[in-house]
Ligand binder design. Structure first.
Ligand code: ADP
Ligand code: MG
Length: 273
């Protein structure tokens, strides 16, 4: 039977190139005022790089992600993914949000296969891929469970599998571990690194956790308070795999964290007492 199954595109090394050019976003408030959320963002992501974005609440992080996911239109500027302008959700792009957004009436496997079903792709072809992904995130055999039978961390793992089912060249994650308890978060951070080292897609990881940004990323973009601009583009030069258990004793790691904290302190976002 396997012989008839078409291989899904090989994922290794297929990270997308992203080019963001003078991207701005103005929202209309309910009072009909203009609210500048993002102000002329210019940034390029190397294919297969892991880019984290940190910034204070309301600085436009989720707006940037919605624009890249094709869920919102830019006011000015452009986003180009592998040579194609983004104007609507793209099959090359997977998204994970802070809440898992699983459908409670569908099993784990059927949740993961939802994007395949919506796009009317061949379900049989992707079913074994979904099971493989579940095994990779430590949920082998959970395919027939319902979301209500899983813990928060397990549900978020399922949401990550759903985002990965089409082997997206670009994975967008908006504070994916923000709602998890500390121990689960730690495990998810380690597991995300392991997953990414296997898949090597391009990742945009949004967080307000300076620690997880520096730990995971090749590059950390530090955003200013609204209107969001990139205040610092910090290259993180540390070998992988990195170990969460001892990274806090690493001089380079602590230096990067301090550099980011200093920016927030200078802007009054972090205030010492
Ligand atoms: N749909 C919207 N309409 C009006 N204002 C919005 C909308 N979405 C976000 N905003 C505003 O844009 C700014 C940036 O929001 P957001 O991108 O969610 O920030 P972050 O994710 O960094 O917390 C905030 O001031 C927010 O209130
Ligand atoms: Mg947000």
């Amino acid at each position: 039977m396997n012989a008839t199954v078409q291989p899904v595109n090989a994922s290794t090394g297929t990270g997308a190139a992203v080019n963001i050019d003078s991207l701005s976003k103005v929202y209309k408030t309910r009072e009909d005022d203009d609210l500048l959320a993002l102000d002329r963002i210019d940034v390029q992501f190397e294919p297969g790089s892991f880019v984290a974005v940190v910034g204070p609440s309301g600085c436009g992080k989720s707006t940037l992600l919605s624009l890249m996911a094709g869920l919102t239109d830019a006011t000015t500027g452009a986003i180009v993914i592998d040579g194609e302008g983004v104007s609507k959700p793209h099959p090359k792009v997977g998204v994970v949000f802070q809440s898992d957004l699983l459908l409670y009436w569908r099993t784990v496997l059927d949740n993961i296969l939802l994007p395949i079903e919506i796009k009317k792709l061949d379900l049989a072809r992707y079913r074994s891929r979904a099971e493989e992904l579940l095994a990779q995130v430590g949920l082998e055999g959970f395919g027939n469970k319902f979301p209500s039978e899983l813990s928060g961390g397990m549900r978020q793992r399922v949401a990550i599998c759903r985002a990965l089912i089409q082997e997206p060249g670009l994975l967008l994650m908006d504070e994916p571990f923000g709602a998890l308890d500390a121990l689960t978060r730690e495990q998810m951070i380690m597991d995300l690194q392991a997953m990414w080292l296997r898949v090597r897609n391009t990742v945009l990881f949004i967080t307000h956790g300076i620690d997880e940004a520096v730990f995971l990323a090749d590059r950390v973009l530090v955003m200013s308070p609204r209107p969001g601009r990139i205040d610092l583009d910090l290259k993180i030069d540390m070998p992988r795999p990195r170990q969460w258990g001892n990274v806090h004793e690493n001089k380079a790691y602590n230096g990067y964290v301090r550099q980011i904290r200093e920016i927030f302190e200078a802007k009054g976002i972090l205030v010492a007492h």
